[in-house]
Ligand binder design. Structure first.
Ligand SMILES: [Zn+2]
Length: 393
């Protein structure tokens, strides 16, 4: 294994408050990072960097941990351009939303699904995402859910079984039978390929009792819960997530004071997904309220073809700062260390000795530019597991 120092970093985000300026971002000026194999070996001021085999000059750019996108839906086929266009044009659109994607996904070959996934992963990597979670949920049959997870598991460790995305159209007349399938034969087929189990707890999807039954069955099979909670309306999702020690309650758009308190007094991360509110012109989640209460907040893309077709965490950071009351520092923390917390990973989202050597260099002197210069492709280099995978001239 060879060692490499990346020096002459104008501003380094370490996400270790014991370093640098002592803030949650642990900012170090005129910094360097030493990579040994796939791990970070050292971080500090450039002038104090130890000798290494190789040297890379960051040229006064900013560096930060690679983004950790803890919520996406990337195993799908088809496209919902017309639905989006109709919604943004104020026209009614009668096609079936998620059901449209379910039909296209079922009809696709394994190779087509994998090619689509690979394409969006490359797109996300170019924008600085070095870790992503992704879910099933567009198959809704035993075979289609299991193959979605099998395909995802070839690309990430963070795979989530979401057979309970919506009640399968095949069971529209008998939702209870679908819950039995999701907690029975489908779970048996899916559990070997997944780390997590998720449920869309919402009016029109699964109620609190159904969601509890689904998550509890998953836990019994060794899957850990995460929950699509309180996106479209108030409901039991957040409380259920906390009750079951879910790693994350995702969306958190409609919260009571009791929901905010429950999150603040738990290890369940509130994962906010502003791409969904952007793409549906919905009310923004109130990040400020959660942060002021003491909750841990993550930012993720929710990348999916229906309600949030962005793979860009820089875009989500800009939205969170502009519309959700987050400071630039908080938004950057939430898209890196926050995402790692939402996946219960301690080796990601920080640049300190022992962490995975996943980092991003920006064509800017500071991470604040991610919000200050919205829509500008600032990510110029991406290192993953100690290897430079993206290098823009
Ligand atoms: Zn989602």
């Amino acid at each position: 294994m060879s060692s490499t120092v990346i020096s002459n970093i104008a501003t380094l985000v370490t996400n270790d408050p014991s370093l640098g300026d002592g803030s949650p971002l642990g900012l170090i000026r005129d910094a360097a990072v030493v990579i040994d194999g796939d791990r970070v070996a050292w971080t500090g001021e450039s002038s104090k960097a130890p000798a290494t085999d190789n040297r890379v000059d960051a040229g006064g750019r900013a560096a930060l941990p690679g983004f950790v996108d803890s919520h996406s839906h990337l195993v799908f086929a088809g496209d919902r351009t017309e639905e989006f266009n109709a919604r943004m044009s104020g026209r009614a659109y009668s096609a079936g939303g998620i059901r449209t994607t379910v039909a296209a996904t079922r009809a696709a070959t394994d190779a087509e699904l994998e090619a689509n996934l690979t394409r969006y992963l490359a797109e996300a990597l170019r924008q600085g995402t070095t870790t992503f979670e992704t879910k099933s949920g567009y198959g809704l049959t035993v075979a289609d859910e299991a193959r979605a997870l099998r395909i995802a598991a070839a690309h990430t460790e963070e795979v989530t079984y979401l057979g309970a995305h919506i009640v399968s159209p095949d069971y529209a007349e008998d939702p209870a039978a679908y819950v039995d399938l999701v907690t029975g034969e489908m779970l048996d087929a899916c559990a070997p390929h997944a780390r997590w189990i998720d449920v869309f707890c919402e009016k029109g999807a699964f109620d609190g009792d159904q969601a509890r039954a689904i998550l509890t069955a998953g836990k019994a099979r060794g899957l850990h819960p995460r929950v699509h909670a309180n996106q479209l309306s108030y409901g039991p999702g957040v409380q259920l997530a906390v009750e079951l020690d879910a790693a994350s309650a995702d969306h958190c758009t409609h919260l009571t004071d009791a929901d905010v308190d429950a999150l603040a007094n738990s290890d369940t991360v509130a994962t906010l997904l502003p791409g969904a509110e952007f793409s549906t012109r919905a009310q923004w989640p109130d990040a400020r309220r959660l942060l002021d209460a003491g909750a841990t907040v993550a930012l993720s893309t929710d990348c999916n073809p229906g309600s949030s077709f962005t793979s860009s965490l820089p875009f989500c950071i800009a939205l969170a700062v502009r519309d959700m009351g987050m400071t630039p520092n908080e938004a950057v923390w939430s898209a890196t260390a926050g995402g790692a917390a939402a996946l219960r990973r301690t080796d990601l989202g920080r640049l300190t000795p022992g962490a995975r050597a996943d980092l991003v260099l920006l064509d800017a002197p500071s991470h604040v530019h991610l919000a200050y210069r919205p829509g500008v492709p600032l990510v110029s280099e991406v290192w993953r597991r100690g290897v430079r995978e993206v290098a823009r001239p």
